[in-house]
Design a protein around this ligand. Structure first.
Ligand SMILES: [Zn+2]
Length: 109
């Protein structure tokens, strides 16, 4: 089982895509995860931008960040026809529709 500490460490090493400031652990929250795919929310204390982050975290491997897009950037990718953009949009919709009930989410599979 991957520990949240590992996730927070990963996130603290990521820089804000807008201003380049590193995120502070206190400003990162784990939204939830499905298997190895983790969803996080990070708030930049320097430029006050909130980013949605998806990362693949597997035990014994270096965590891989898939996306750390802001809401505005997600909108811009809406018309890009690539698998990556689709995945980003899937996450976007997932987070939009998600009501915070993780136990229900995990029971779906
Ligand atoms: Zn920033």
């Amino acid at each position: 089982m991957v520990e949240e500490n590992l996730i927070l460490k990963l996130m603290a090493s990521i820089k804000c895509g807008i201003c380049g400031q590193c995120y502070e652990v206190d400003n990162i929250s784990v939204l939830g995860h499905q298997q190895d795919l983790w969803f996080l929310s990070a708030f930049c204390s320097a430029c006050h931008t909130r980013c949605l982050v998806a990362a693949i975290v597997e035990e014994g491997r270096v965590p891989k960040v898939i996306t750390d897009l802001t809401e505005a950037e997600l909108e811009r990718f809406r018309n890009v026809d690539t698998l990556t953009a689709d995945e980003v949009l899937d996450m976007h919709h997932f987070l939009k529709d998600f009501d915070g009930d993780f136990s229900r989410l995990f029971n779906q599979r």
